[in-house]
Design a protein around this ligand. Structure first.
Ligand code: BGC
Length: 368
């Protein structure tokens, strides 16, 4: 009975949209959450990007478990490795057409989904950007992610701390890497890191021999390891014939391992490399000192936070969100967000940081 009423309200809101245009529909949906209907038992779409890092691989099972437990059906799809953006666009349109009742999206390219989220909005389907924001549109309803700026700050501070631990005083030679320019997170990570590192570049503590210090110069196309490895090799060849590279800001573990590999191939050791994601391939490297740090962003917790939001909508309640412009402004609006707290992990705290995750905890313990 209640469901019918809610759906009736949704139809009324859509009718208002058709008859009188957006403004009426907007006020209808903001004055009452009953214009959105996400019944228990309905199917929730989850559109994930290409598997460029382990977190995306883990995401499918995490969503399927959380959605099942909350009483929803899961429709989880990955964008293909090639033709990735159109593939994801088609998947999201398909979710709208099929009638998925909410759509959770981790964007391959956050600037290329305006048409699809508009389509969802017109059909009364709430859109939740997950981990990566969707930019240039007012039609994204919520954003669930770790605090990305904080991730960057932790990475920048870890680079400084790691350098100090290896060599008491500078100057230190460092190189900087960032993620893909198509990922709204990548500049936020980089800006967070640079908020810590730029003052140290300015006062001469840090030297960047390549001279490449802007996001435009240091981003890594597609977050692909091969691209970071090639750039690192080229920088070593051009700038580090006799000079020593003391540390590298790497935005995640996959690229960190590629950066380490490039140094090893050149017959060099780089003492401090940062990371992110707590990938199983990087934990042993952290424990044996090859990589200095990573960040723990528990994928299950992040998926659960999005599913909790869906459950809240399902009850007709208003989700608790924050408006955090620095992290979550998408070029059109600050997307109401659920923000989770990332944790910095080094060899020192790895065992305790991974206490809730048997796989990671075992890897940390094995490397002690
Ligand atoms: C995620 C990172 C991940 C990167 C590459 C980012 O959007 O937040 O955790 O390392 O994408 O896949």
């Amino acid at each position: 009975m209640k469901k019918q009423l809610i759906m009736g309200a949704s139809v009324a809101a859509l009718a208002a949209l058709t008859l009188t245009g957006c403004s009426t529909a907007r006020s209808a949906s903001s004055s009452s959450s009953s214009s959105v209907s996400v019944p228990k038992g309905s199917t929730i779409g989850v559109a994930l990007p290409a598997k460029t890092s382990q977190n995306w691989v883990l995401a499918k099972a995490a969503f399927e478990a959380s959605l099942a437990k909350a009483g929803f059906k899961a429709d989880v799809q990955y964008a293909a490795a090639t033709n990735t953006v159109p593939d994801q666009q088609n998947q999201i349109s398909g979710m709208v057409t099929k009638g998925d009742k909410a759509i959770i999206i981790a964007a391959q390219d956050g600037s290329q989904l305006g048409t699809q989220v508009k389509q969802a909005k017109a059909a009364g389907i709430p859109v939740i950007a997950w981990d990566r924001n969707i930019t240039g549109t007012a039609d994204v309803d919520y954003y669930v992610a770790f605090n990305n700026y904080k991730v960057g700050q932790l990475q920048g501070q870890a680079l400084l701390d790691g350098l100090k631990a290896k060599k008491a005083s500078g100057p230190y030679n460092v190189e900087l890497f960032a993620g893909a320019s198509t990922d709204a997170n990548a500049p936020v990570f980089f800006n967070g890191a640079m908020s810590v590192l730029q003052p140290k570049i300015d006062d001469g503590t840090l030297k960047v021999l390549s001279g490449q210090t802007t996001f435009k110069q240091v981003n890594t196309d597609g977050w692909l390891a091969q691209n970071a490895q090639t750039r690192m090799s080229n920088i070593l060849q051009a700038n580090y014939g006799t000079a020593t590279l003391d540390g590298v800001l790497s935005p995640n573990d996959t690229l960190g391992r590629a950066i380490i590999q490039a140094n090893q191939t050149a017959g060099k050791t780089v003492p401090v490399v940062t990371g992110q994601d707590s990938e199983t391939a990087s934990i042993p490297l952290i424990m044996n000192g090859t990589q200095y740090s990573t960040i723990y962003k528990d994928t299950s917790v992040e998926a659960q936070a999005a599913v909790d939001l869906v459950s809240t909508l399902s009850k007709g309640d208003k989700p608790k969100t924050v408006l955090d412009k620095k992290n979550n402004y998408n070029g059109v609006k600050t997307v109401p967000a659920v923000e989770l707290t990332p944790v910095l992990v080094t060899k020192e705290n790895a065992v305790s940081a991974y206490a809730n995750n048997p796989t990671l905890e075992a890897l940390a313990k094995a490397g002690q």
